[in-house]
Design a protein around this ligand. Structure first.
Ligand code: GTP
Length: 358
């Protein structure tokens, strides 16, 4: 790992747990829950969500306002609307459907930008609703084994820390497996998190075989009666065949320890990579049998519509979204909130009934 990566990770660690400037080696002084409470943000989830999605919603709202203020709804304005939606990465299918729905509502008449945004929200919600699935842990499977995969820097380790913190807070016994065996610092970091959540961390030597580690971690989780095993993996580019073959091997070897393992495979996607995320879903899905998605860094992009394009293309469950680096910035995904947030609506306004066809 480069020094830059190291300081970036330490920065993330400090922000997550309020330990400004702490090195990974520092002894953990306070339980994560206390640190979290001490730092408890005053903002509600809705405020964090709308704040995180502000770049996307501003781009859409501004685009819609520029098109529809004092102009009639016609073929030209509809084309312009479709462009705004495509630029926000909503994808061809959703953008054209939304545009058609808006056209149907008021063709050749004036339409207020707010009405356009309300129609947009209801169309986006319809696409997302079938994929917005809470992440379920099957308690009959003990340990419940979760493999976390994704490209470098997508937010896997952060997501693991946030999930482990949440589940240990709910009284579950969680074991972490430091499958990023290439980076000593990643292993160190998981160990520190583990001590904060009172979770054992199974780690091998630097450069150890990640598949062997997965096998050991499953057995260790069994021996200790853990409820959940969260397995980190090294970041890998989806177009690097040898790294993807290694991931395949991890899954294969896991099945030797537990035929049904992994019970869940979470693909962590960085929203800022745009359309490349679609290819990641395709390839990780094929190699690792992804069961659900976590989309991070929606706060870092004006193209948060990518989530809609992914939902439409793959129909995979979306379990969590990340809208910031803080511990509270990862939340279960809900279609309605997301749709309203990117359309720049507040939570209460409902979409107008479409006008009857003439
Ligand atoms: N703004 C923002 N940053 C995030 C979010 N989630 C993660 N990050 C940051 O993204 C960076 C990379 O996150 P990691 O968790 O280290 O990513 P990783 O996938 O484990 O990376 P590798 O181990 O290199 O593969 C860190 O600086 C995190 O703080 C998010 O939702 N929003």
């Amino acid at each position: 790992m480069s020094t830059d990566d190291g300081s970036k990770k330490r920065g993330m660690f400090a922000r997550l747990f309020g330990k400004g400037g702490s090195e990974p080696e520092a002894p953990p002084p306070a339980p994560a829950q206390d640190a979290q409470e001490a730092e408890a943000p005053q903002r509600s989830w809705w405020q964090r969500l709308t704040g995180g999605l502000a770049r996307t919603s501003q781009a859409i709202s501004q685009g819609v306002a520029d098109i529809f203020t004092k102009r009639k709804l016609d073929a030209l304005t509809l084309d312009e609307l479709e462009d705004v939606l495509l630029r926000a990465d909503l994808g061809v299918g959703a953008s054209s459907r939304i545009t058609q729905a808006v056209g149907k509502a008021r063709y050749d008449k004036d339409i207020a930008p707010e009405e356009v945004r309300a129609i947009l929200a209801s169309e986006v919600e319809a696409v997302l609703d079938p994929v917005a699935r809470p992440f379920e842990i099957d308690e009959t499977k003990k340990p419940f084994i979760i493999l976390v995969v994704g490209v470098n820097g997508s937010g896997k380790t952060t997501t693991i820390a946030k999930l482990a913190s949440k589940w240990t807070g709910e009284g579950k016994k969680v074991i972490l497996a430091a499958g990023d065996t290439f980076r000593a610092a990643a292993v160190e970091q998981l160990k520190i998190w583990g001590s904060r959540f009172d979770s054992e961390v199974v780690a091998g030597k630097e450069g150890a075989d990640a598949a062997g580690l997965a096998f050991d971690a499953i057995n260790r989780a069994r021996e200790t009666g853990a409820d959940i095993l969260l397995m980190d993996t090294a970041g890998r580019l989806q177009n690097r065949a040898e790294l993807m073959a290694e991931l395949e091997k991890i899954v294969r070897v896991m099945k030797k320890a537990e035929p049904e393992a992994p019970h869940a495979v979470l693909l962590v996607l960085d929203a800022t990579v745009g359309q490349n995320a679609l290819q990641q879903v395709e390839i990780f899905g094929r190699v690792a049998g992804v069961t659900g998605l976590v989309m991070t860094k929606l706060d870092g992009t004006a193209r948060g519509g990518i989530l809609v394009a992914i939902a439409e293309a793959y129909g995979l469950p979306i379990h969590f979204i990340g809208v910031g680096e803080g511990q509270d910035d990862l939340e279960p995904f809900t279609a309605r909130d997301f749709a309203r947030a990117i359309a720049g609506l507040d939570a209460e306004i409902d979409a107008p009934e479409p006008a009857p066809e003439s």
